[in-house]
Design a protein around this ligand. Structure first.
Ligand SMILES: [Zn+2]
Length: 604
């Protein structure tokens, strides 16, 4: 799904040479309870089955399976999907392989040669780029292993204490310091066009001179960057000459590679992250690999970018706690602070490990060993605590001006903590640590804070209620086709503000327009966005709480419309004011008429 919205890319592994009707038939005929029972002990609970989630550790079952809807969802960790997805996740197999497994199980024969199946051109292009990346990786790996050509790179890597086992596992390669090494290799061995090579980011086309092309990566050790499923989507290149600029050179953004959606190591780390219900975030490729080399598997690297909402969303689907390990310098701290904001927004517990000056996880683990690193992880301080400690360290003076300065830095962070008890506890920790025993000052702090909080609480409530309303609408849409039609005739999915719910609503609208059924288990096959998938499975398994559908629909649709009309009214008022200020009388009257209509459209 997700075709209408470019930020939600549809998955290409899902489209393949097997016709969709056969994929549907196999799914329909598969007994999902039987498939999952081979991995999880399930007990019947009403219409559904419950068990301990295989994707995160838990003591009370929050994993549900609906034989009726043919989906599963875990209310603990958010994992969800259909029978195909379950096999892909538990056995780490591809979608086509999951189809083959269930085809055998259900006895439905797969067509032998079905390559005539029409493919979306974008998906075809992605598939081609992936193949190209795969063969480039093999080429770079062979260069690293070349007895003479790869010697300097191998020397560099062994000076950093990486053995061949870990290099093979990560498929580390070497781009020789030549201008057309990869280019010649590809052109001699395949029919890949120059245009596609340029699109892949592996080759650069000289500006203004289309005929001059050359390799992007030259004289660099290459780290293949993979997506959640282990497909190679881009490369990170590290110069092996100290002092060369830039030290790191990455693939540009391509159809496959979006920096803001990528976390280095996530493909291999995801199972461990689920098991530990915790993810360790480090900065660099070497940091991540070093941890893994020492048996610490639940680690991913951000690779020099500030954490994005997409990345936080990805992590939230796998763990409840994120531990940030960053450098102790001010730049590192700024990055941590930014990461904290986003992770907190996504409901993760955030802890921080600060390493001794000048150390990163790579050097720390090498010098002090994995056990000492894990000890630091176990003793990770909650983010706020470590932030307060750093502030105090940086502000030795305790003049009134110093205290105000510190308070001003800490208050905006405290305001983001939604739990009142927790927030007050941190405020008290802050005042006691800073030695503020001045009651007037403390009172002042609490007052500022209280004012700040009321304002925050209001905005939070508005967005929370809008989110709940949108969720409720999507829940209704998914409950049956007639309801979906009734709702989608009245409202425009484009008006949804939550991107995940918008994607689902848009897809449902398309299906209805094409007169197709809205089947949850089928919708689940049409997305690779974990948030869309988890929302779908959750809504599928959450009980539906409306007994008078018609009235509920009317109420929800009315509320939804009102919210959008109100925001349009606000917008129009602003425009009218601007028009009036600029002396555009006609325009102002026109806007006034529009405003009048909007007011009439409001239902009360
Ligand atoms: Zn779970």
């Amino acid at each position: 799904m997700g075709l209408p919205c470019p930020s939600k890319r549809s998955i290409d592994i899902l489209k393949n040479s097997i016709p969709e009707n056969i994929i549907d038939e196999i799914r329909d005929r598969t007994d999902i309870v039987a498939v999952i029972s081979e991995h999880v002990v399930l007990k019947q609970a009403g219409k559904n089955f419950k068990g301990l989630c295989p994707f995160h550790s838990e003591k009370t079952p929050s994993f549900s399976v609906s034989p009726e809807k043919r989906i599963y969802h875990c209310f603990g960790c958010g994992a969800g999907g259909n029978a195909y997805k379950f096999l892909m996740e538990t056995q780490s197999i591809s979608f086509p392989d999951a189809i083959k497994l269930l085809a055998e199980r259900t006895g439905i024969p797969l067509p032998r040669n079905t390559s005539g199946h029409a493919q979306d051109p974008q998906q075809k292009e992605r598939e081609a780029l992936r193949k190209l990346n795969e063969s480039a990786t093999r080429y770079f790996q062979s260069l690293l292993k070349n007895p003479e050509g790869g010697l300097s790179a191998r020397n560099y890597l062994s000076s950093r204490h990486f053995d061949s086992e870990i290099l093979d596992r990560y498929r580390i390669g070497w781009a020789a310091p030549t201008w057309r090494g990869l280019l010649n290799h590809v052109q001699q061995n395949s029919s890949v066009s120059v245009e596609r090579l340029v699109k892949s980011g592996l080759v650069i086309q000289k500006e203004g001179d289309g005929s001059t092309v050359y390799d992007r990566f030259r004289g660099r050790v290459l780290f293949p960057i993979k997506d959640l499923h282990g497909n190679i989507i881009g490369f990170g290149g590290r110069s092996i000459i100290e002092g060369e600029n830039p030290k790191y050179l990455n693939s540009p953004e391509t159809l496959l590679y979006q920096k803001s959606e990528t976390l280095f190591g996530i493909d291999q780390a995801k199972q461990a992250i689920r098991k530990e219900n915790e993810v360790i975030l480090v900065e660099g490729y070497f940091d991540q690999m070093r941890a893994v080399q020492h048996g610490i598997e639940h680690v991913v690297a951000t690779c020099g970018t500030a954490l994005t909402a997409k990345q936080a969303g990805m992590l939230r689907n796998h763990a409840e706690t994120a531990i940030l390990v960053f450098d102790s310098d001010p730049a590192g701290r700024a990055a941590t602070e930014k990461g904290f904001d986003i992770l907190l927004e996504y409901g993760l517990n955030v802890k921080v490990v600060v390493l001794p000056d000048g150390q990163d996880p790579d050097s720390f683990i090498q010098e002090q060993g994995a056990e000492n690193f894990l000890e630091k992880i176990r003793n990770a301080k909650p983010f706020i605590e470590s932030y307060i400690d750093a502030l105090i360290q940086e502000t030795p003076g305790k003049t009134p001006a110093d205290r105000v300065k510190m308070a001003n830095q800490i208050l905006p962070l405290l305001a983001k903590i939604k739990n009142n008890v927790e927030r007050t506890a941190w405020l008290e920790a802050f005042t006691s640590k800073t030695g503020i025993d001045d009651l007037t000052f403390l009172k002042e702090l609490k007052k500022t804070f209280a004012q700040n909080q009321t304002r925050l609480a209001e905005t939070d409530n508005v967005s929370a209620s809008l989110f709940n309303l949108e969720k409720h609408l999507v829940h209704l849409i998914l409950s049956d086709k007639e309801t979906a039609e009734a709702i989608l005739m009245e409202i425009n999915p484009e008006d949804f503000s939550d991107p995940t719910l918008k994607t689902i609503a848009q897809t449902c609208r398309q299906k209805i327009e094409a007169d197709e059924d809205l089947k949850l288990d089928q919708l689940l096959d049409q997305t690779d966005d974990p948030e869309v998938r988890n929302t779908l499975s959750r809504l599928g398994l959450e009980p539906v709480e409306f007994d008078t559908p018609e009235r509920t629909i009317k109420e929800c649709v009315g509320k939804f419309k009102n919210i959008h009309i109100k925001s349009k009214i606000k917008d129009l008022k602003l425009q009218r004011l601007q028009a009036a200020k600029a002396g555009q009388i006609e325009r102002s009257q026109e806007l006034q008429a529009q405003l009048h209509e909007m007011h009439l459209a409001l239902t009360h």
